[in-house]
Every structure is written in C-alpha cells, then in structure tokens.
Design a protein around this ligand. Sequence first.
Ligand SMILES: NC(=O)C1=CN([C@@H]2O[C@H](COP(=O)(O)OP(=O)(O)OC[C@H]3O[C@@H](n4cnc5c(N)ncnc54)[C@H](O)[C@@H]3O)[C@@H](O)[C@H]2O)C=CC1
Ligand SMILES: O=C(O)[C@H]1O[C@H](OP(=O)(O)OP(=O)(O)OC[C@H]2O[C@@H](n3ccc(=O)[nH]c3=O)[C@H](O)[C@@H]2O)[C@H](O)[C@@H](O)[C@@H]1O
Length: 441
Amino acid sequence: MRVSVIGCGHLGAPHAAAMAELGHEVIGVELDPDKCRALSAGTAPFYEADFEELLVRHTSSGRLRFTTDLAEAASFADLHFIAVGTPLREDGRGYDVSQVIGAVRSLVPLLHRPATIVGKSTVTVGTVARIQEVIDAGAQVPGVDLVWNPEFLREGYAVQDSLFPDRIVAGLTSPRARAAIEEVYAQILDRGVALILTDPPTAEVIKSAANAFLTTKISFINAMAEVCEFVGADVNTVAHAIGLDKRIGPGGMRPGIGYGGGCLPKDVAAFTHRVGELGAQHAHGLLAAVESVNAGRPLAAVELIEKAHGGPISGRVALLGAAFKAGTSDVRDSPALRLAVRLAERGAVPVIYDPEALAAARALHPEFTYADTAEQAVSGAELVVLATEWPELTADPKLPEDAAGLVRRRVLVDVRNAVEPGPWLAAGWEVWQLGRKPQRP
Ligand SMILES: NC(=O)C1=CN([C@@H]2O[C@H](COP(=O)(O)OP(=O)(O)OC[C@H]3O[C@@H](n4cnc5c(N)ncnc54)[C@H](O)[C@@H]3O)[C@@H](O)[C@H]2O)C=CC1
Ligand SMILES: O=C(O)[C@H]1O[C@H](OP(=O)(O)OP(=O)(O)OC[C@H]2O[C@@H](n3ccc(=O)[nH]c3=O)[C@H](O)[C@@H]2O)[C@H](O)[C@@H](O)[C@@H]1O
C-alpha cells in the first residue's frame, strides 16, 4: 500500500519506518526541515533503539522517503497517518489540538481521489467529531474516510511495539475504512493480534483510559512507598509480591520518582480536565489523586537525599540520568530534571550525566552543569543520585568501585529503586532507595 505519515517525531518517524518494514511504500511528511533532512539522510534525530537501523535500511531501498511537502504526500498515498503533536495547552486546560486540525485541514483539499485518514495522535474525547467536520467542510471528492487508530507504543521500544503491538484499535466512521485498516496492518493481524473495531468515542476513551490506568498503577505503588517509609517496610518486596497475583500483574509498577515524558503527564492532565468538564466526578477524583501523588514524588526524592546526607546540600550532587526513562534521549517532562530543579532550588549544585540525553538536557536546561562521563559527574560530589534507570548505570559492575574514590561520601540515593545494592555495599557505599530501609556496608 502507498501510505503517508504526517508528523515524523517520536511516534511518526518510527511508525513510518515500521510501515516500510511491513512492505508498504511510505512517505513521511515533516514540517521541521532539519528533522526532515536528517531522516532523509538515514540519521535518527533522537535516540530510539533499533530505529536508525530500520531507517537506513528503508531509505536506502527507496521504500521510505521524507518530504516537507504535503502536496507530494497527498498525491502519492491512499492512506494518511496523522502523527503530529498534541501538547498540553499553556493554561493546562486540555490539549492544544491545533497541529492535528491544521494537518487535516491542509491535507483534505489536496486529496483528488478517495483516501483514508488514520489519526494516531492522542486526542481528547470528542476531538474526532471535530476533525470529521473539518473533512466534511474541505473534501473535494467523495470517499475521504476517517479512522481513529490510537497508538500504544512506548519510547525506547517504538519499533518493537509498532511491529508487535498487543492490540490494534480502530474507531471507524465508515465500513470502507475498515478494509483500509485491515489492509495496512494485514501482516500484524495475520499473526492473530487482536483488532478492536469500534466507534470513534470508544477509541478515544480506550487511549485515555490506557494511559490513565498505567499512571494509576505507578502512583499506587508510589503511594505504597510512602506507607512503607512510615512503617519501615520494603516497597520493592511489596510490588513483587502483589504483582504475582495475576489480576494485578508485575508490569508497570516500579516505584520511584514518578512518571514523566512527553505523554503520560500531559495525557492524564488533559483527561483529568476533560472528565471534569464532562462532570464525571468520580473519574475526576481518581485522576486528580493520581496526579497529586506524582506531583509529590520529586519532593519525596529530595527529602530522601537530604536525609541520606544529614541535611540540605550546598555542594555538588552527582545526578546520574537526565532522560525521562532509560532507553531514550527524550527529556520532555523528565522526573530526573524535575529533581535537578528542586535540588538547585535548595542550594545544591547538580552535576548531570546521561548516556544519551546530554544534548537534549543541555538545550532545555543550559543553567545546569553537565559531565561527559559518570565518573566526571561523581568527582568531588557530596553524594550520588541515580535519577534514570539506565542499565549501564544500574548494573555496571565497575561503577561502584570506580566512583568510590571520587565522591566525598560513599552515599548512593537511588530514586528509581533500580540498583541492585550488593556491589555498591561491597564497595563501601550506603544505598538509599524510596520506600526501603537504607542499607549500609
Ligand atoms: N511519543 C510517543 O511515544 C507516543 C506519542 N503518542 C502521541 O503521538 C503524537 C505525537 O507525539 P510525538 O511524536 O511524541 O511528538 P513530537 O513532537 O515528537 O512529533 C510531532 C512532529 O509533528 C511535526 N508536525 C507538526 N505539524 C505538522 C504538519 N502539519 N505537517 C508535518 N509535520 C508536522 C512536528 O514538527 C514534530 O516533528 C502525540 O499526540 C502523542 O501524544 C502516542 C503514543 C506514543
Ligand atoms: O501515550 C503514549 O505516548 C505512551 O505513553 C507511555 O509510554 P512512554 O511515555 O514511552 O513511557 P513508559 O515506559 O510508560 O514510562 C513513562 C514514565 O513512567 C515511569 N515509570 C514507568 C513504569 C513504572 O513501573 N514506573 C515508572 O515510574 C517511567 O520512568 C517514565 O518516566 C505508555 O507506556 C505507552 O503505552 C503510550 O503509548
């Protein structure tokens, strides 16, 4: 099939490469000329596992190309994925959907034969109806169909999740659109992956509910970390034990500094606002509590750091990690950087290292001090904070030994509860984690 992907950011670019991998001829449309140039040259504009390899393979084979020209995509493709951004409005009252509306409004008059528009961006409940109005007002030919096909991929696993999703959801506005969805995802559906065919409002709620549930699980275990601190219990053991109940499951329940990133925080905020507008009081109360727990996590982390230090810190603090989670260079709404801001407010000097996200962190927070290696960050620091759970930081067997001679006090505060304390304790470190008793050598 000939498909276009409009908006080639963290979602759209890997999605375009995955569509090429599924055998389609793909054109990616990206407004930002630098990003478009990089993608055309086979260079990933951000770190995402396996993505660049796929990009190189398919830009070289000619099955995948990029353009800034929407008209070129409109005349080339029969199916158009919309993957542009839906940031939170500046006043926090729901999404700014202007990129989605703008992209559809520009595309529709350029379509001169029947086509399917497949929305992947995350939108507020009720937005698809607005987009349908834009199509109805602008279509020059009959047969321009709209499908809402929310995306569930995780950054760091974007390629894997695009090629091997748990399910595909399609909110249909016409029976014809069903055939287009079945054709574009045929290879995935042939493997028996569930296809949920439904109406657009249900598709919209499925996406919002999925992210709301994921954040509820994270805030729940973080609230349990707070309880554990009061009674001297161990939250990692609690998470493991309750996760063995199949109804609860072990996934997505790592305690720590809270959820961040370009999606979960804004999606829950937008959903909370929308359910409030709708008057769904219980949903509003539940989601507001989830957000409130999350908002408290950086302070909980600062309090743990100061407890471990024996008071506020005025010197250097090595902050290992800047990305919002391991496996990505994305620092949007990163809990690690939220923590850096808090520490700086209280007089400490964070010195930040990250294996992939240094450039992005520097661009967002030029006021901080950065280090090119973990050892450099640790040098002369009062203590070490593990702020992003990169395996090369949490499981590097040499780091505890190498850092031991560089830091002023051998104190590791792991605010992701991701470090296996053994090697650190063996190298003479105290290990502090959220919702756990401190461990001493
Ligand atoms: N990042 C992720 O892992 C996931 C994101 N989503 C949703 O996907 C959407 C996109 O998210 P990201 O890719 O993270 O955002 P992003 O900001 O990384 O990418 C959006 C891209 O669209 C481009 N763009 C905007 N208007 C355009 C237009 N008219 N024509 C061509 N390009 C245009 C921007 O220049 C930007 O590169 C959001 O609604 C997000 O909630 C959904 C699931 C996963
Ligand atoms: O809608 C989206 O954009 C996407 O948002 C999340 O994906 P992502 O933001 O890539 O990251 P997650 O792996 O879910 O992590 C989000 C945040 O929660 C934190 N987290 C995650 C899991 C956990 O157990 N504990 C925890 O604190 C992570 O460190 C990170 O800061 C969802 O997992 C995807 O299914 C969804 O498609």
